[in-house]
Design a protein around this ligand. Structure first.
Ligand code: UD1
Length: 405
């Protein structure tokens, strides 16, 4: 059987821990059958948001970096599309694998389904394939909040994917309700948990907490970056006020996403963070208060999540990671696309406010005592994804697909 070429796409911080297990599984078991290349769109580019994650996850340098950088949604999406079209025409992969729900995910998905290898060459394509198979990992998550840019990216990507790989059981029903054929959907489990399990022993050796003067189990951890929470002055000020009040009892470690740091400066809210908030990176040793630091590396973040007394977040991935670690989590949003973390895990949604957060924290602590690991969050999603790829790219299914096209 000839080798088939796969392009694995990552663009932003939460993508890297999802592509890594697929890369490892192909590297370990799929070599010979598959040749894999990594495409980084460059949506995230700071070392602390990108390169450090490649290092922590043992990923090689990307084969291609489109270097698109930051811009408006339209411009960023367009830049990724233009760059990725060139990559596809030059490399002609058999499959494109996109993960998650960031702008790069939807942009590359759109290009992969519309490209025509044959027409673009002005000649017959060398194989019967005229475009790559489009595979979406983490398909079917829905917050039902179309005000979130990620929800639009999820809907668009799922509507046009050929193979939809899901991380939790509820995702398939969302897809079927939107008209996706059942035979395109496969429940493979959560690759983020593969990364977590593989990297936890090394993360445990991280000195990040000692360096910050934080004791294990003696601090809360908070991550914030959703536009709905940080792009409006009143909302951000309210969240920081609630954090300040909570932090009077227990220190709260706040790694600042670049978007959040920029908004805090723009809105003149630096004083809400105390001294550490004004430091460009690093933090002072404190017994209470908000300890604002630069973004943590993947390993440092795992260590901080594992040892935190509780986590406050508006991230999607952190909701899953805290459930896997059994750590109480309060999500500062009114919806989640990851209901399994609420139904089976340690997650509770909360409105912004000192009282609301305190009540949700108490509920999350109770939940953590009875939480269970969601199905197929077992560290073996990567190999199952490769199995699904082998099946979807088998010559039998390929020729059936070509006949149907
Ligand atoms: C993006 C994703 C979001 C994901 C988040 C994780 C979309 C629509 N949003 O949001 O789903 O949860 O990443 O971090 O794709 N910036 C830097 N350095 C970087 C990257 C960004 O300074 O390496 C700054 C820029 O000022 C940029 C801002 O952060 O304008 C926002 O970055 P962007 O990628 O547009 O969105 P995120 O908020 O990071």
């Amino acid at each position: 059987m000839s080798t088939q070429k796969l392009l694995l796409v990552a663009g932003a911080r939460p993508n890297f821990m999802k592509v890594a297990p697929i890369y490892w599984a192909i590297d370990r078991g799929g070599r010979g059958r598959f040749q894999v290349e990594l495409v980084h769109t460059g949506q995230h580019y700071d070392a602390s948001m990108s390169d450090g994650f490649f290092r922590d996850l043992g990923l090689p340098e990307p084969d291609v970096n489109l270097g698109v950088g930051s811009a408006s949604h339209a411009e960023q999406t367009a830049r990724v599309m233009v760059g990725f079209e060139e990559v596809l025409l030059a490399r002609r992969p058999d499959a494109v694998i996109v993960v998650g729900d960031v702008n790069s995910t939807a942009a590359c998905a759109l290009v992969a389904t519309k490209i025509d290898y044959g027409a673009a060459r002005g000649a017959h394509a060398p194989s019967c394939r005229t475009r790559p198979l489009l595979v979406h990992v983490e398909a079917g998550l829905r917050s039902r909040d179309r005000g979130m840019p990620e929800e639009i990216n999820r809907i668009v990507t799922d509507a046009i994917s050929d193979l939809l790989l899901t991380t939790c059981r509820d995702a398939a029903a969302n897809l079927v309700a939107e008209g996706v054929l059942r035979e395109k959907i496969r429940f493979v489990g959560n690759p983020m948990i593969d990364s977590l399990r593989r990297c936890l022993p090394e993360a445990d050796r991280s000195s990040v907490l000692a360096d910050l003067g934080l004791g294990e189990g003696a601090f809360g951890l908070c991550t914030l970056h959703r536009p709905a929470n940080v792009d409006r002055r009143e909302t951000l000020a309210e969240i920081l006020r609630a954090l300040g009040e909570l932090a009077a009892e227990v220190p709260i470690l706040l790694p600042l996403h670049p978007r959040t740091r920029a908004r805090i400066a723009e809105f003149g809210l630096d004083d809400r963070l105390g001294e550490a908030g004004r430091a460009p990176a690093g933090a002072s040793v404190r017994r209470s208060g908000v300890v604002a630091v630069a973004p943590l590396s993947y390993l440092e973040m795992l260590k901080a999540m594992k040892e935190a007394r509780f986590v406050l977040t508006d991230s999607g991935g952190v909701q899953e990671e805290t459930t896997a670690l059994g750590v109480p989590c309060v999500t500062l949003r009114d919806s989640t696309e990851r209901p399994v973390t609420v139904e089976e895990g340690t997650n509770v949604l909360a409105a912004i406010g000192r009282r609301e957060i305190a009540e949700a924290l108490a509920a999350a602590r109770r939940k953590a005592l009875a939480a269970r690991m969601p199905a197929l969050w077992d560290g073996a999603a990567g190999p199952r994804i490769v199995e699904a790829l082998e099946e979807a790219l088998s010559p039998r299914l390929e020729s059936a697909r070509t006949r149907a096209a």
